[in-house]
Design a protein around this ligand. Sequence first.
Ligand SMILES: Nc1ncnc2c1ncn2[C@@H]1O[C@H](COP(=O)(O)OP(=O)(O)OP(=O)(O)O)[C@@H](O)[C@H]1O
Length: 251
Amino acid sequence: MTDMITPKLEIRNLNKAFGALIATNNASLVVGQGELHALIGPNGAGKTTLISQISGELMPDSGTVLLDGRDITRLPAYRRAEVGLARSFQISQLYNEFTAEDNVAMAVQAQSSKRYNLWRNARKDPELREPAKLALAKVGLSDRGNEKVASLAHGEKRQLELAIALSLNASVLLLDEPMAGLGAEESMLMKDILQGLKGQYAMLLVEHDMDIVFALADRVTVLVYGKPIFTGVPDEVREHSAVREAYLGEG
Ligand SMILES: Nc1ncnc2c1ncn2[C@@H]1O[C@H](COP(=O)(O)OP(=O)(O)OP(=O)(O)O)[C@@H](O)[C@H]1O
């Protein structure tokens, strides 16, 4: 993986400040085609801020975001989704009173209506139902499609967030703590799902659980005070003294 990386997503010299606080400090990073790249770092290191600049929810002060070599730095978030960049939805964006499948179908509809300016009935249209079913199958929720979101377990809601991202025909997935709030068993299930997606997508994964990061990631970037201080394969990251000091709390 490290020898021959074909860049899929690249950020170059990204900077973002909130007043006096430098949240992203000259950050550069490459996620290769089909690579699962983990982004780790202490609380407040700027991981979510970085993801938000890649997804387009936050504009960087300077620097560049490239997708397939194309400069997308100034594209609004919905246009980035159209060109293949999907951020996993947050549970707070799910519609509780609709079924799991409806939620995915509505996301497909929202995107296609932006593209074609069409209004479709998400409950009936096979062009929306089929991709929804397919995405639910990819995250192991095929038999839960008709359940209302409100009655899904927490872990299933997180699977559903991922299904929505997958339904958007993305080639790059931005996954901000997909295991957050999950129990041990649910985490293992999510880990298996991500393992199953490996190679099919370029993935940038923010995750606090180091066992999961080391098990899943092709490469890991360590972010400290908004700056990537090291990128390497899991073994290199484990052994790197500056990483141990800065992140794993060893001196
Ligand atoms: N909109 C904002 N306005 C002001 N400060 C912000 C804003 N968003 C984030 N910050 C600050 O920027 C820094 C980076 O925050 P961020 O949430 O990106 O870190 P993180 O690495 O994702 O943290 P965690 O691991 O705790 O989720 C923090 O000090 C945070 O308080």
